[in-house]
Design a protein around this ligand. Structure first.
Ligand code: NAD
Length: 498
């Protein structure tokens, strides 16, 4: 029998007021239903925000170190349930088992990082410009945090947002992607088991247009954190601009790997295979462009095509599989549409480019790993985010040209350069306009204790991860303490007595 899931509001598992539902299905076999979920609306959001607002009154008073201990407990439970979460992720989202374990591990790391931050929730002290006076700053929570997440990191991304928001003393309303609602539910179950007080964590399932939008429009939501496409990000920024909410946006990418003529070719090959075809190319940091120096171009492509054709597609829970399905039919169609566009633009398709339906793949949304060569800068397949296993290869004849090509896109998330020349590596670090640069590593592989995010249309300047995510979820309070016993006037009482 199909499992029926619920929203989590004020510490209770409840149906939507609409009584309507939607299904989550397996991308590897669309005939299989994971579960049925409440298709909620604005009224459900109102109830969740009301509960979160009420719970904030006492949650903000819990010392940060104690809030952190609860997140440590969450980490411990996640460790115990890691295999179960990873297996469900292969079914609901479609990434392969190794990567699903990695996604879950990122959530565990984020929990333990937040646990530690509970005892490092520092402000600053500063001397005043006046005598017998001191200034200090505190970090304060904002209130109710509205969190809207995508499907491609269905455990990691909700933890990146929820854990620092909670550690900072906010309460949360999470709206997960409709493609991966079961995983978000499991995560919230774990948080319930860890013992968060009622109303501190709330989960509302449903469409972005109704549930997501209701969060953005709600007067009692103080901060919004969104990860998803740049298109939806623009809408979110405009609503949050109108309603004067703090908003953090982590959006699309068009990431490139440069391989210089002096690079270790086999190392660079391992990198691009993992970067381009890992998670079937559905990472925001996926390698979508490969910029090759002309001296190694032919050799590199020959080896790359061979290794790409050796990648095995199949059920993602089968440990021997390299590439799983893409998330849904619409996504597969969009990817195949880009294959058509690439051909029309004059790029040369050297492998893949079609739906793969052999063996167990017949009922799923599999796309054969695809490579276009002779791609020219400014072609649409070189500029636009495809979000699938499609790699565009561009030939360059100098380091300077490789940097120009890499930078000439609207996004600025991740980048990579393979070279043994330390001078070129440092020049690349300086000149590449992205939030993240890897040297002799693929464009993917972020770690939770470091800032994560991008330049240009990849976001609005915030960084998730590391210490920087706490800037999103807190306000600074500045306090002046005057112990002189008299009125002292800043900027006016400025003389130094002789
Ligand atoms: P999406 O933008 O379609 O959806 C993301 C979330 O926004 C979902 O929960 C969706 O329901 C919700 N949403 C949709 N319309 C909304 C609206 N009008 N108001 C409020 N919420 C709304 O993205 P997706 O397809 O889930 O994810 C893929 C995209 O996410 C890619 O562009 C990828 O690059 C990006 N991404 C970025 C990062 C990053 O950190 N920069 C990480 C992962 C994914």
């Amino acid at each position: 029998m199909t499992q029926k899931f619920k929203n989590y509001i004020n510490g209770e598992w409840v149906d939507s007021v609409t009584k309507e539902t939607f299904e989550s299905r397996m991308p590897a076999d669309w005939s299989k239903v994971i579960g049925v979920f409440p298709k909620s609306n604005k009224e459900d959001v109102d109830l969740a925000v009301k509960a979160a607002k009420e719970a904030f009154k006492s949650w903000k008073k819990v010392p940060a170190a104690k809030r952190g201990e609860l997140l440590g407990k969450v980490g411990d439970i996640m460790v115990k349930r890691k295999e179960e979460l990873a297996r469900l992720m292969t079914e609901e989202m479609g990434k392969i088992m190794k990567e699903a374990r990695g996604d879950t591990q990122e959530g565990i790391d984020t929990a333990y990082y937040a646990f530690g931050e509970g005892r490092r929730f520092f402000g600053r002290t500063s001397p005043s410009e006046l005598p017998n006076k001191v200034a200090i700053t505190f970090l304060r929570p904002i209130g109710v945090a509205g969190l809207i997440t995508p499907w491609n990191f269905p455990i990691a991304i909700p933890t990146w947002k929820m854990f620092p928001a909670l550690l900072s003393g906010n309460t949360v309303v999470l709206k997960p992607a409709s493609d991966t609602p079961a995983l978000a539910t499991k995560l919230v179950e774990i948080m319930e088991e860890a013992g968060f007080p009622k109303g501190v964590v709330n989960l509302v399932h449903g469409p972005g247009g109704s549930v997501g939008n209701a969060i953005l429009e709600h007067n009692d939501v103080g901060v919004v954190s969104f990860t998803g496409s740049s298109e939806v990000g623009r809408h979110i920024a405009s609503v949050c601009g109108r309603t004067l909410k703090k908003v953090s946006l982590e959006l699309g990418g068009k990431n490139a790997q440069i391989v210089m003529d002096d690079a270790d070719i086999d190392l660079a090959l391992d990198g691009v295979l993992f970067g381009a075809f890992g998670t079937a190319g559905q990472r925001c940091t996926a390698t979508s462009r490969l910029i090759l120096h002309e001296k190694i171009y032919d050799l590199f492509i020959e080896k790359l095509v061979k290794r790409t054709e050796d990648l095995k597609l199949g059920y993602p829970w089968d440990e021997s599989i390299d590439v799983g399905p893409v998330i849904n039919e619409a996504s597969m169609k969009k990817i195949l549409e880009y294959v058509k566009i690439g051909k029309e633009e004059g790029a040369k398709l050297v492998t893949g480019g079609y739906r793969y339906e052999e063996g167990v793949c017949k009922n799923g949304w599999f796309v054969k790993p695809t490579i276009f060569v002779d791609v020219k800068p400014k072609m649409r397949i070189e500029q636009e985010e495809i979000f699938g296993p499609v790699l565009s290869v561009i030939k360059v004849n100098s380091f300077e040209e490789s940097i120009d090509v890499l930078n000439d896109v609207e996004y600025g998330l991740s980048s990579s350069i393979y070279t043994k020349n330390v001078n070129l590596a440092f020049k690349a670090i300086e000149d590449i306009d992205t939030g993240i640069t890897y040297v002799n590593g693929p464009t993917i592989g972020a770690e939770c204790h470091l800032p994560f995010g991008g330049t240009k249309n990849t976001g609005n300047g915030h960084r998730e991860g590391g210490w920087t995510v706490y800037e999103i979820f807190t306000e600074q309070k500045t306090v002046y303490i005057d112990y002189s016993g008299k009125l002292q006037k800043a900027q006016i009482d400025i003389s130094i007595e002789k």
